[in-house]
Write a protein that binds this ligand. Structure first.
Ligand code: CUA
Length: 174
């Protein structure tokens, strides 16, 4: 027979090197366990988890209104939209683009709404390397305050099909 049950007394408490390795792994688990809440409060880069239910159609309508009211230019054919300081900014992900591009000001705080029109995308802000999931049906709100002027790139870091590598957005901070 190819499969046989182990003997009844198969279990032996770890000892020697096995005990040391398990101890190290356990200690590292505890470090990571403590780091997660610590980084949430100290690192100031985590999402607060604020999100609302929406639909792609409803979110797209809000984005269109945002673009119509606040567009200040275009970049490679995509609208650049200046969000009102202290107000709402929108960016939607879809196969395979981010829409629209944003213009923000240093020191102002914005509520950035993210959602997807189709499937799961990943909002990765470069070069800061801040990463958030963008999921259809959820309006994920990030409270952000740009601290440095520059041109930031949003890349998709969730594989979403043939055009995934070209799914690149822009945020211009002045
Ligand atoms: Cu969107 Cu990958």
């Amino acid at each position: 027979m190819s499969i046989t049950a182990p003997p009844k007394d198969w279990f032996q408490a770890p000892s020697g090197h096995e005990r040391v390795w398990l101890g190290m792994a356990f200690a590292w688990c505890i470090v990571l366990f403590i780091m997660m809440p610590l980084w949430h409060f100290k690192g100031k880069q985590n999402s607060t988890g604020e999100s609302y239910a929406t639909t792609p159609a409803a979110f797209s309508e809000r984005v269109d209104r945002f673009v119509a009211a606040n567009q200040v230019g275009t970049h490679n054919g995509t609208p650049i939209v200046e969000a009102p300081p202290g107000g709402d900014a929108y960016m939607l992900g879809r196969m395979w683009s981010w829409y629209p591009f944003l213009k923000l000001r240093v020191g102002e705080t914005y509520r950035l709404h993210l959602s997807s029109m189709d499937l799961q995308h990943g909002f990765s802000l470069q070069p800061m390397n801040m990463n958030f999931q963008v999921v259809p049906g959820y309006d994920h709100v990030l409270t952000i305050t740009p601290t440095q002027a520059g041109e930031y790139t949003v890349v998709c870091n969730e594989f979403c099909g043939i055009g995934h590598h070209g799914m690149i957005g822009k945020i211009f901070v002045e």
